[in-house]
Design a binder for this molecule. Structure first.
Ligand code: FAD
Length: 281
């Protein structure tokens, strides 16, 4: 297992903010992972860091990132077997090259399979858990495999135990025509083309039932508001963009302002989609 001391959270997240992670563990086998989990009081797992930000200052909570050995992707009959550190982009490329359809809606979403499963990432009406057959995870007791029908997943919520680290999944895919798969991926990809550019974590808030969080924020007139190096995007009000100098405190202040204004105006309590990791875990 690799172990790194004093790792900058900026380098691990797409928002590029946050303090210093005291210890980053990178297990390379499931056995190493299980024994690590057994030795830690608390921990947080990171995938591609595209939906996570860390607090400023020193982060003493142990951070685990699966090693590159957890990146294989293969086809097993009508299922795709993929390990959790596999980037979604590579997983989709594999589907395209092998003529497998069913996951095109994930096109353009950054991060890894593990993060996508934990977040049930996808489009507003479809998440990756809809395509899952079973998930393998490791906790302090060892290695477990669960079928999807016993996982209580929902919108942007994978329903997996927060004391567990997902190591792989089997996903339902069907044989397809490569040209049609490529066209479907491209159409999902193009829908994201108008998203704001720059350092971000994607959508900061979950959509409340029946509403689009971005639309609610836009109606409060907060688009463009800047605190320190963090700004509510002019392009999409549910995005906060880091100009390269934002602290996590700047981002938190914007999130708080947004929540207060949306609550005042619409009586709706927005909930963060982004995971903010701090010492109050
Ligand atoms: C520009 C941009 C666009 C985006 N567009 C979309 C979109 O269209 N749809 C969408 O759903 N999301 C979107 N996102 C958000 C994000 O990309 C997804 O949530 C993604 O699936 C997160 O994957 P990750 O590997 O980066 O996870 P991370 O950000 O590293 O982690 C996210 C959560 O998953 C947990 N986690 C990570 N790996 C594991 C593991 N192996 N086992 C257990 N838990 C784990 C973490 O602890 C954390 O709670 C976007 C983000 C950006 C920056």
């Amino acid at each position: 297992m690799k172990e790194y001391a004093s790792v900058s959270a900026c380098d691990l997240t797409t928002m590029h903010c946050g303090g210093t992670i005291a210890t980053l563990y990178e297990p390379e086998t499931k056995e190493e992972l299980a024994s690590l989990l057994g030795s830690l009081d608390s921990f947080v797992v990171i995938g591609g860091g595209s939906n996570m930000i860390f607090s400023d200052g020193l982060i003493t909570t142990a951070v685990i990132r699966l090693g590159k050995t957890f990146s294989s992707v293969s086809i097993e009959g009508h299922a795709l077997h993929a390990e959790a550190a596999a980037p979604l982009k590579e997983l989709l490329q594999y589907c395209l090259e092998n003529g497998r359809s069913g996951l095109e809606f994930l096109s353009g979403i950054p991060g890894t399979l593990g993060g996508a499963l934990a977040m049930n990432a996808g489009t507003p009406d479809k998440g990756i858990m809809d395509a899952v057959l079973e998930v393998e995870y490791v906790d302090a007791e060892g290695i477990h495999v669960v079928k999807r029908d016993v996982i209580p997943y929902g919108y942007r919520h994978g329903g997996l135990d927060s004391h567990a680290v997902v190591t792989s999944a089997r996903l339902s895919v069907q044989p397809g025509v490569p040209e049609e798969i490529a066209a479907a991926m491209q159409s999902y990809f193009l829908k994201k083309k108008n998203q704001p550019r720059g350092f971000s974590s994607g959508s900061m808030f979950r959509n409340p039932p029946g509403f689009a969080a971005g639309h609610l924020i836009e109606q409060t007139g907060l688009k463009g508001l800047q605190i320190g190096g963090a700004k509510i995007s002019e392009v999409h009000a549910n995005f906060i963009i880091n100009d390269g100098n934002a602290t996590t405190a700047d981002i938190r202040s914007l999130l708080q302002t947004i929540k207060e204004r949306v609550k005042e105006r619409f009586g709706i309590e927005l909930q963060e989609e982004v995971k903010i990791i701090d010492e109050r875990l």
